[in-house]
Design a protein around this ligand. Structure first.
Ligand SMILES: [Ca+2]
Ligand SMILES: [Ca+2]
Ligand SMILES: [Ca+2]
Length: 309
């Protein structure tokens, strides 16, 4: 009879390692109770935002949109809301696939199709009507995708847009280019290609070293857009797959970051350089723990398989 002690020791070691593991991104999709289109919109407002929300609509799958937390050392944004072209669950690490997918079989969005120049599918669209006190709107966001980096420069250029009163203001700083896979990348699969706007890109090519499923994403960017004070304005947050319904993309909006600035009763707007992403090349203690945990799972799985035989 073989002893079970070594397996127990292995299990205990693995449990200890799992306790050391890095904080994860936590997500909760729209569930109609604790997370709704209205709670998502409200969570974007910080104290003294100078913004009153008057209406919220959502079109898309409930699983595709929700709230997130635990993103500080992963995305550079602590918490907020996430819209995807698939499932919010597919932004949670570790990076276990180079093409994580949820195909919701939903239609695209006409404005996004124009922007992409190709058919879109699985659109998720949160539209917020609001009255600002100031003349300018600002908030912080990150865009990421499983289309990175393999499908850079392809027709599968998943599209997102942050429309303020009908104009997409998700623009690469100091350019007129929309933030998009084909406009913001480092080219090759090692994230080392000499490409325009490569400095704004965080490479996490599968299996990556950053604790998110996303194979690539942007540094934290700031949207700045003119608005009309004292009257209703619209903010349309929209994302969709392009050319097919697979390989998810996601856009994260920082909770508490939506503010109105530049008006007589609001603080001046700030010029915020892109926030550096997490160091991608050196695994942290937590990431080493996850790797060891994966090895443990593999060893236990192998043990189980052998015992079946
Ligand atoms: Ca999809
Ligand atoms: Ca992935
Ligand atoms: Ca896609």
């Amino acid at each position: 009879m073989r002893s079970h002690v070594p397996k127990m020791l292995l299990g205990g070691l693995c449990l200890s390692l799992s306790a050391l593991a890095h904080a994860q991104i936590a997500v909760t999709p729209i569930n109609g109770t604790t997370v709704t289109k209205d709670t998502l919109a409200a969570s974007l407002l910080g104290a003294n935002s100078g913004i009153t929300i008057t209406d919220v609509t959502y079109a898309g799958a409930n699983i595709a949109t929700g709230e997130f937390s635990g993103g500080t050392n992963i995305l550079g944004i602590a918490s907020g809301i996430v819209l995807t072209s698939g499932s919010v669950n597919n932004v949670v690490g570790p990076n276990s696939s180079d093409g994580e997918t949820t195909d919701n079989g939903l239609p695209g969005d006409a404005q996004l199709t124009v922007l992409a120049g190709a058919p879109t599918e699985d659109a998720s669209v949160l539209t917020i009507t609001f009255v600002p006190t100031g003349t300018t709107l600002q908030f912080s966001y990150v865009f990421g995708s499983e289309e990175y980096p393999e499908f850079v420069d392809s027709e599968f250029n998943d599209v997102f847009a942050l429309f303020v009163n009908g104009t997409n203001r998700a623009i690469i700083p100091n350019t007129a280019l929309p933030v998009a896979i084909n406009n913001l990348n480092c080219g090759d699969e090692n994230g080392a290609g000499a490409r325009p706007n490569c400095t704004l890109y965080v490479n996490n090519h599968f299996p990556g070293t950053i604790n998110t499923q996303l194979d690539g994403f942007t540094k934290v960017l700031t949207l700045t857009a003119p608005v009309n004070p004292g009257v209703p304005n619209t903010l349309k947050l929209a994302i969709a797959d392009t050319s097919d319904g697979i390989l998810d993309s996601a856009v994260f909006i920082a909770g508490g970051s939506l503010t109105s600035c530049g008006g007589p009763s609001q603080p001046p707007c700030v010029t915020t350089p892109p926030v550096p992403g997490p160091a991608a090349s050196i695994p942290t203690l937590g990431e080493w723990s996850l790797l060891l945990l994966a090895m443990c799972a593999g060893l236990i799985g192998m043990n189980a398989l052998r015992n079946r035989g």
